[in-house]
Design a protein around this ligand. Structure first.
Ligand SMILES: N[C@@H](CCC(=O)N[C@@H](CS)C(=O)NCC(=O)O)C(=O)O
Length: 198
């Protein structure tokens, strides 16, 4: 049985969404985390090494960091075909775009959000203005990151765009607005919001 360590209205909400898409059995364990304003504290029950969410435990097997959790879950629950498995022609793209999410896209957004200039050439990520066209190029080829096929990558990208789309950090793009609508109108997303508080 999967236990999701979760704090409502954070990056762990998207894993309720993914678990609902997968129709996997899971329980939610609400934990405290540090907050931006200095309040809150790491919950000793949370197995993430820095007490961040999300993290999961699968009968004692701990997985943390969003791309690792997404991959672990879609490999473990393949029946709804939410993640290409090893040997599938889409596997390489799937792994790449999952890794790109935390390796490049999130740092790009967070750099802009925090007004930190991206030290191009010495950093492993790029500015939002360079990252976004790469994602848009994918989305212009199909309704989803992998083209015709919805995957856990869309759970990460769709929810991230939904969040940053409300801020000045993200340049306006009709393609992304349509994409966000496509992702958040999925029934599993509504079910996830209904379970948000545990
Ligand atoms: N790289 C992590 C980021 C996780 C993360 O920063 N989560 C936030 C909630 S949205 C958190 O736990 N913040 C509390 C803290 O950083 O101590 C992932 O993508 O899973």
């Amino acid at each position: 049985m999967i236990t999701l360590y979760h704090r409502p209205r954070t990056r762990s909400t998207r894993f309720i969404f993914l678990l609902e898409e997968l129709e996997a059995p899971f329980t939610i364990r609400i934990v405290s985390t540090r907050s931006r304003d200095g309040s809150g504290a790491v919950d000793p029950a949370n197995p993430h090494p820095h007490g961040k969410v999300p993290a999961i435990s699968d009968d004692g097997v701990v997985v943390f960091e969003s791309p690792a959790i997404a991959l672990y879950l879609t490999d473990k629950f393949p029946q709804n075909r939410i993640g290409p498995l090893a040997g599938d022609a889409d596997r390489g793209a799937y792994l790449s775009w999952l890794a790109y999410y935390t390796g490049v896209l999130e740092p790009a957004f967070m750099s802009k959000f925090m007004n930190v200039e991206v030290p191009r050439g010495t950093a492993g990520w790029v500015a939002v203005e360079e990252a976004l066209p790469a994602v848009l190029q994918r989305l212009s080829q199909g309704p989803y990151i992998l083209g015709e096929r919805f995957s856990a990558a869309d759970v990460l990208y769709g929810t991230t765009f939904a969040m940053f789309g409300q801020t000045a950090v993200m340049p306006k793009s009709p393609l992304i607005e349509e994409y966000v609508k496509r992702i958040v109108s999925r029934p599993a997303y509504a079910r996830a919001l209904a379970r948000e508080n545990g």
